[in-house]
Design a protein around this ligand. Structure first.
Ligand code: ZN
Length: 284
């Protein structure tokens, strides 16, 4: 099931996408988190969506929001072999973990805004987001995907000057400016993506593809990441793991490519959709 959340008259509604471009309101089964994490709610939502008499709303008419509000934003660095090569970083032998805070969450279509005096080197990172569906502690890689509720697109927006140089490698701060974690536009339940390591992933900036890869290039698979994280922490329903970005980020280009005022950035992942945001930079 492909699930979306939208805002209508000040309240959030949950919907199932049918035929690619229409949405059936399945809020009677709960919100997207509940539909993803509770099997009875999931069946209820599927039943509503399959009803031939259900009202169909054009997807393009909806003001989409993030499909859910993640509980934790857990991020993985340097997880694509082609991205390691372009940055010159050593290939990690264990996953590199960092975090974003709740202030970073942004919605499909949001304008991501920052002040130029906070960062002059803001980059895009197309990433596959894994949403945990069941509590998960010390699980094996073989069983790890059973704990996934679904998948979404993430743009791990990154202020490189803050992250890598200003004041000495403030990695967390550079990753968690307001709005630096848009997610969406949909959450696709795990049963519809049995193998998350086969998905085309792209970033398109102002109509030009700047990243174009496949999740098969991940160094640590989604299952390996869940198994690794769960050795140390209990993953909970609604946790988001953003699984790293492929080749083509702006900091590795010559000349470097930073996002600027008026840009339009899109993260696209096969089977999930296209997450679009606009950029606003407030001058000094
Ligand atoms: Zn990233």
């Amino acid at each position: 099931m492909k699930l979306v959340t939208w805002e209508q008259n000040g309240t959030l509604r949950a919907g199932a996408v049918v035929n690619g471009d229409a949405v059936v309101d399945v809020s009677g089964a709960g919100d997207v988190l509940r539909i993803v994490t509770e099997p009875t709610a999931r069946q209820h939502a599927a039943g509503i969506a399959a009803n031939p008499g259900a009202k169909r709303i054009p997807l393009s008419s909806l003001r989409l929001r993030a499909p859910l509000t993640p509980r934790s934003l857990i991020c993985i660095g340097l997880n694509y072999m082609d991205h390691c090569r372009e940055t010159g970083a050593a290939v990690p032998t264990r996953p590199v973990i960092f975090a974003k805070f709740a202030n970073a969450l942004a919605h499909p279509g949001d304008t991501i805004t920052w002040h130029a005096d906070a960062s002059r080197e803001v980059d895009y990172e197309a990433e596959l987001g894994v949403i945990i569906g069941k509590p998960c502690y010390r699980v094996s890689e073989a069983e790890a995907l059973q704990y996934v509720g679904g998948y979404t697109c993430v743009n791990d927006v990154s202020a490189r000057d803050v992250q890598l140089t200003d004041g000495g490698k403030q990695w967390t701060l550079g990753k968690t400016l307001d709005g630096f974690c848009p997610i969406g536009p949909a959450l696709v339940t795990a049963d519809d993506i049995p193998d998350p390591q086969t998905l085309a992933i792209r970033c398109v900036l102002n109509g030009h593809p700047v990243q174009d890869s496949n999740t098969k290039e991940m160094i640590f698979s989604c299952a390996a990441l869940i198994a690794h994280l769960s050795r140390y922490m209990t993953l909970q329903p609604g946790d988001l793991i953003s699984t790293g970005t492929p080749f083509g980020v702006g900091m590795s280009r010559d000349p470097k490519l930073w996002m600027k005022d008026g840009d339009v950035v899109v993260v696209e992942i096969e089977k999930i959709g296209a997450l679009q945001n606009q950029i606003r930079v407030i001058a000094d």
